[in-house]
Structure formats: structure tokens, C-alpha cells
Write a protein that binds this ligand. Structure first.
Ligand SMILES: Cc1cc2nc3c(=O)[nH]c(=O)nc-3n(C[C@H](O)[C@H](O)[C@H](O)COP(=O)(O)OP(=O)(O)OC[C@H]3O[C@@H](n4cnc5c(N)ncnc54)[C@H](O)[C@@H]3O)c2cc1C
Length: 374
């Protein structure tokens, strides 16, 4: 089973009813507010669409890979397979990779890949005193990381039934580290800001993820999280759970990381590696593999598969200052470069052409959601 943005929070209604009753007994009554006065309506219409794009999430059912291995006289540290949360987890898995690197002597290193994972790994290494070059086939704006929506939320990262205790630990560590790191980057420079984030469902309310779920370590991080009462819920959907998270604007953010990397003396070389053997020709003996979906071919990782995602953008609406996810597969993030509407999750699908039928569905379902707001 894949834990999607909606599923990880969905629990049987009976379970929630128990939790709600317990909360009601201890929590003071909350004065009804009228959020409809504060939430601007998104104007969804085909003539407002500016572009539709497609990207492939690098997904592994057992989760991302961060580990070291010897390849002849080189040490390769893998850091790939972040699924639908590469922006979210990037600093966290970079930190795990840097800890792994401390086991070897080298101070000169190569990072393969210039998406969000390669850039964050490179920046952390620079901050720890390493000298490095990034080698990559493509750079921003031509990476999957530029296609990402940019919500901070580590979902679509693993299949619940496939995770190991070691992954559970790494996921928690990476999530906590990344969440703290992004908070220190909030502001215009990095294009990071806090927004209310509404998870919407027709079927069930939100409740704590069970302890065996890696996500149980993430849920408590979100400040001011609550299931909205009927009076507080401005959407025409029975269940609305509101918390606060960060929206990271990929175009601004990746440019800022590139700038920081260059300012700190980093070098970037455009180069494609057809197979892992070619890495042996590099002068650096310490190599970080941050190739995203590219690791499937480069390191023959057959577990790594694409999950295709399609997004449509509408003209910007600066007055929209909240994010939504659900009901169903849809989501909305109010980015500076336009109102982003998602989405699709097609496992094993690698077509990069936009699908007009999917676009129509995304527009129709989002239009119905915002038309129904109080
Ligand atoms: C529609 C959509 C929405 C998303 N929304 C979010 C979101 O809201 N929040 C979030 O956190 N994540 C989101 N994601 C997921 C996120 O985009 C990915 O997890 C992330 O981009 C992976 O980053 P990466 O650096 O590993 O890979 P990439 O960005 O793909 O970078 C890989 C790099 O490796 C290089 N490379 C690959 N193979 C080779 C090779 N053989 N030789 C040389 N270089 C090579 C590439 O050229 C590139 O530079 C979304 C993804 C999609 C598709």
C-alpha cells in the first residue's frame, strides 16, 4: 500500500470518534470563527491556466536509500529515492549522508546530481569544510526538483508494509532535521513561507498515525494542528484538518541554493554517466550519488520506479494564503509563479506529455471545491 498525502491521516471513523470524545472532555470549548471571511476563493477556470507540467517522483516501496558502499578504491554514498518528498526531506537525508562520509578520510568529493538532493548535500558538505564539484546531466531549471509542488510534508515516500526498522529511524531523523533547517530559511531569499494547510476528506477525520508508521514521528512536528469543527470549516467537505506547514517555491529556492554553492567556491560540471564504472574516472575518491530516478539505470536499482505527477498552474492570486489537499487526489498551493493545482499519482508511468483528460479532472474537482466554500 502507498501512503498518500490523504491516506496516512485517514483512520476508521469509530477510532476518531473515541479520540474526539476524549479531547472534548479535556479541551476548553473553542469559540466559533468564520474562516470564510479570511480565506480567499481560488478562481479556477480553463482560461486562467498558464501551463500544465509533468514530473516523475523517484519512488521506492521500501523508502529512500542513504548508505555507503565501496567501489574499487572509491567510496560511494547513495542519497536517492525520495518519492514525493525530495524537497521536504533533502536537508535531512543530506545530513545522514554527511554523517556517513565522516567515516572516511577524504575532503575532496564529487556530488552526482544537481536537483534538490544533490544541492543540499553539496551545501552541507561545504559547511563541514569539504571541497567539491557537482557533476550532473541536467541543472535547474531542468530537473524533477523544479517540477515539485514544494509543500513540506514527507508523503509518498514508502509503502507502509515494506519499511524496515532502520528506515523508520532514518525517516524520523531526516524529517526532524529538515523541518528545523527549513524554518531557518523562511523569507524571500529562499522562497520559504509558513501557511495554513487544510487536509480535506469526505470519508474520515484525521487522527494520530499509529506508532508503527514512520509518519508518526512527523505528525507531532506541525504547530497548531486541529480537526476543525463544523462552524470553523469553510469548505463544503465534512472533514477538514488544519495545521501549519511551509511552502518552498522550487524556482526561487533552487536558484538560491545554486548561488550559495557558487559563493562558497563550488564547481559544477555538466556530465552524464552511462554506468557506475564511469565514476571510476573521477579524480575524487568520495562520491555522493544524488541522481534521483537516474539511479535506476546507473546503479541497477530495479526497486526504483517513477510515480508520474501532473500539475496545472493558474494566474497568480496573491490574496490566496492557504494550501489544501483533498478531497481525493487534488491539491492547491498558492505559489508566486501561479496557483498550483494537482494532482495525479500514476505508479510505474513515465510519460512526460501532459494528459488533457487529467488536466480537465484536476480543474473540475478543484473548481467544485472552491465554488463550494462558505
Ligand atoms: C508533480 C510532482 C509534485 C511534487 N511535489 C512535491 C512536494 O510538494 N514536496 C516535496 O517535497 N516533493 C515533491 N515532489 C517530489 C520531488 O520533486 C522529488 O522527490 C525530488 O525532486 C527528487 O530530487 P532529486 O534531487 O533526488 O532528483 P532530481 O531533481 O531528478 O535530480 C537528479 C539529478 O541527477 C542528475 N542525473 C541523473 N542521472 C544522471 C546520470 N546518469 N549522470 C549524470 N547526472 C545524472 C540529473 O540530471 C539531476 O541533476 C514532487 C514531484 C512531482 C513529480
Amino acid at each position: 500500500m502507498r501512503w498518500s498525502r490523504r491516506q496516512f491521516l485517514a483512520v476508521p471513523p469509530g477510532w476518531l470518534a473515541g479520540c474526539a470524545a476524549r479531547r472534548a472532555a479535556i479541551a476548553p470549548p473553542i469559540a466559533p470563527v468564520s474562516p470564510s471571511a479570511r480565506l480567499a476563493r481560488v478562481r479556477v477556470a480553463p482560461e486562467r491556466v498558464t501551463r500544465t507540467i509533468v514530473g516523475l517522483r523517484p519512488f521506492r516501496p521500501s523508502g529512500f536509500v542513504v548508505r555507503g558502499e565501496k567501489l574499487d578504491d572509491k567510496t560511494v554514498i547513495h542519497n536517492y529515492g525520495h518519492g514525493g518528498a525530495g524537497i521536504t526531506l533533502s536537508w535531512g537525508t543530506a545530513q545522514l549522508a554527511v554523517v556517513e562520509a565522516a567515516k572516511v578520510e577524504a575532503r575532496e568529493c564529487a556530488v552526482i546530481g544537481c536537483g534538490v538532493v544533490g544541492l543540499s548535500t553539496a551545501r552541507l558538505l561545504q559547511q563541514r569544510g569539504y571541497n567539491l564539484t557537482i557533476y550532473a546531466k541536467a541543472m535547474p531549471p531542468d530537473t524533477t526538483s523544479n517540477v515539485a509542488g514544494g509543500l513540506w510534508d514527507p508523503v509518498t515516500v514508502y509503502d507502509h508494509t515494506r519499511v524496515t526498522p532502520e528506515f523508520h529511524r532514518q525517516f524520523g531523523e531526516a524529517g526532524r532535521f529538515a523541518f528545523r533547517r527549513y524554518q531557518s530559511m523562511a523569507g524571500e531569499t529562499y522562497g520559504v513561507r509558513w501557511l495554513p494547510y487544510y487536509s480535506l476528506s469526505r470519508d474520515s477525520a484525521v487522527s494520530p498515525a499509529p506508532p508503527e508508521s514512520p509518519y508518526s514521528q512527523i505528525q507531532p512536528l506541525y504547530p497548531d494542528a486541529k480537526q476543525l469543527t463544523r462552524d470553523e470549516n469553510p469548505f463544503d467537505v465534512p472533514y477538514a484538518y488544519r495545521r501549519y506547514s511551509m511552502l518552498i517555491e522550487p524556482a526561487i529556492y533552487l536558484d538560491a541554493l545554486m548561488r550559495d554553492f557558487y559563493v562558497a567556491g563550488g564547481r559544477i560540471a555538466v556530465r552524464e554517466f552511462a554506468e557506475a564504472r564511469e565514476l571510476m574516472s573521477l579524480r575524487e575518491s568520495l562520491i555522493f550519488n544524488c541522481t534521483g530516478l537516474g539511479a535506476r539505470t546507473l546503479f541497477h536499482d530495479d526497486e526504483l520506479i517513477p510515480i508520474r505527477g501532473q500539475l496545472s498552474f493558474l494566474l497568480p492570486q496573491p490574496e490566496v494564503d492557504y494550501m489544501t489537499s483533498g478531497p481525493g487526489d487534488i491539491y492547491m498551493f498558492p505559489r508566486r509563479d501561479g496557483i498550483l493545482l494537482g494532482g495525479t499519482h500514476e505508479r510505474g508511468e513515465s510519460r512526460l506529455e501532459a494528459d488533457p483528460a487529467a488536466e480537465q479532472r484536476i480543474l473540475r474537482e478543484n473548481a467544485a471545491l472552491f465554488a463550494g466554500m462558505r
